[in-house]
Write a protein that binds this ligand. Structure first.
Ligand SMILES: NC(=O)c1ccc[n+]([C@@H]2O[C@H](COP(=O)([O-])OP(=O)(O)OC[C@H]3O[C@@H](n4cnc5c(N)ncnc54)[C@H](O)[C@@H]3O)[C@@H](O)[C@H]2O)c1
Length: 445
């Protein structure tokens, strides 16, 4: 099938490459000319396992093309995906300007019947807005092409986006058009062979399903962080509690890790956006507000531990002057270079404000860190996790990269000024750290 994808970010590029790999003919459109140029040169602007090979291979075979020419893009596809960003606006609601700009662009250039698919995470009612924007655009041109707007939210996880897209748990299709449903079924048939994964529902329910899923996951994390904070105060070990409750199949082991808070481009903004949607509809979502508040507090946790350890007041300029912290992990989670809303940023910014320096290492996110913060005296990016330790006062773990889980503790001890670790991801066995000679502070233990 001929497909056009607007937006070549984490969602658009991965979905486009996976669809092309299954044999569809996919044209990617982005307004960022540098990104498009890089993609044509085989340079993948984001880190996602397996993506580079997939893009290069399908580009080479001409099933995947890249353009900034929206007209060319619109004319290419029988199905037009909108996969652009929906960042939060000032009050936390999803900013739909990019989605609606694409809708207008489609209306400006379409010259045949089409299906428009909302892949971006958008609040309930957005399909109606896209419908209206396209109708208005066509009216201005005095055209009357038939089109349908479908909601098809994306559930991929950064860090395993290609695998998730190739083998989705479910494919949600929100539509009231039998014809559009049939086209979407044909498009996704290669991904629906093992068992039925397509769930067809009305558009609003599809739009809400995406928010409900992310908010449920964010709730699990904040709930566990809440338990960790209680465990710390009563002298319990949250890791033992985690095992204890995970064994209940109604709860399960997934997504109940305590830590220094959730980040990324989805959970924080989607929780805020659903709170806002609820408010706009006369409902105050107490659970989601608490999920957000707990996470906000949790992202300060590592800084709090550090201040407690040194006996200094929080947010006091100069209180950590002269100290250097080795940071392991900058990305908001492992296997990605995405730094959006990363807990490491909250920590670094607090340390800098207190006069401390940071020596950081991340397997993939150092370029992105450099892009965000530029060069500054109090941030040094190091080439390996070992060199990041050199002469630092303590090690702080912000991201649970696999390569951090079984380090050489003797090296850590010899490279640091003192054997001190603040672990925001509970990577190490607390009981083993003291005999190894470490002062070890982790979450909820
Ligand atoms: N990142 C994830 O893990 C994830 C998972 C599921 C859903 N989502 C949702 O998918 C959407 C996209 O997220 P993302 O992380 O891929 O975003 P992103 O910021 O990585 O990429 C968005 C891309 O859209 C491009 N763009 C903006 N306006 C455009 C236009 N008018 N025409 C063409 N391209 C345009 C930008 O240049 C950028 O390359 C969001 O709504 C997000 O909430 C993201």
């Amino acid at each position: 099938m001929k497909v056009t994808v607007f937006g070549t970010g984490y969602v658009g590029l991965v979905q486009a490459a996976v669809l092309a790999d299954a044999g569809h003919n996919v044209c990617c459109v982005d307004i960022d000319p540098t990104k498009i140029e890089k993609l044509r040169d085989g340079i993948i602007p984001i880190y996602e396992p397996g993506l580079a090979e997939l893009v290069k291979h399908n580009y080479h075979d001409s099933r995947l093309t890249f353009t900034t020419d929206a007209k060319k893009g619109v004319e290419h596809g029988d199905i037009q995906f909108i996969a652009v960003g929906t960042p939060p606006d000032e009050d936390g609601a999803a900013d739909l300007q990019y989605v609606l700009t694409v809708a207008k662009t489609i209306a400006e250039h379409m010259n045949a019947k089409t299906v428009v698919v909302n892949k971006s995470t958008v609040p309930v009612g957005t399909a109606d807005k896209v419908q209206l924007a396209i109708t208005n655009g066509l009216q201005q041109r005095n055209k009357n092409f038939e089109f349908t707007v479908v909601s098809n939210p994306e559930f991929l996880k950064e860090g395993s986006a290609v695998a998730d897209c190739k083998r989705p748990d479910r494919i949600i299709i929100g539509t009231n058009s039998k014809q559009a449903e049939e086209q979407m079924r044909e498009l996704y048939a290669p991904f629906n062979r093992n068992h039925e994964k397509i769930i067809v529902m009305d558009i609003k329910s599809a739009e809400l399903t995406k928010y409900a899923a992310n908010c449920m996951l964010a709730t699990k994390i904040s709930f566990m962080n809440e338990m960790a904070n209680i465990a710390e105060r009563v002298g319990a070990d949250i890791e033992q509690v985690r095992h204890g409750i995970g064994s209940d199949p109604r709860i399960g082991y997934q997504f109940i890790y305590p830590g220094c808070g959730y980040g990324g481009s989805c959970f924080p903004k989607d929780v805020q956006a659903l709170v806002q949607t609820a408010e706009n509809n006369g409902y105050s979502s107490e659970i989601l507000k608490a999920v957000e508040a707990v996470n906000y507090r949790q992202k300060n946790k590592l800084y709090e531990y550090i201040c407690q350890h040194y006996g200094v007041e929080q947010n006091l300029p100069g209180s950590l002057a002269g100290k250097t912290f080795a940071l392991w992990g900058l990305a908001f989670k492992p296997n990605t270079d995405d730094m959006r809303e990363a807990p490491s940023r909250v920590l670094m910014e607090a340390l800098w404000a207190a006069g401390a320096k940071v020596q950081a290492y991340d397997p993939e996110a150092m370029e992105e860190t450099q892009r965000i913060y530029g060069s500054r005296d109090d941030l040094v990016l190091m080439g390996t996790k070992e060199t990041a330790l050199k002469g630092a006062d303590a090690l702080v773990v912000c991201t649970e990269w696999q390569s951090f889980k079984a380090p050489d503790f003797e090296v850590i001890k010899s490279e640091l000024k003192s054997a001190l670790i603040f672990d925001g991801r509970n990577l190490f066995d607390a009981a083993r750290m003291k005999p190894k000679g470490f002062v070890y502070r982790s979450v909820g233990r």
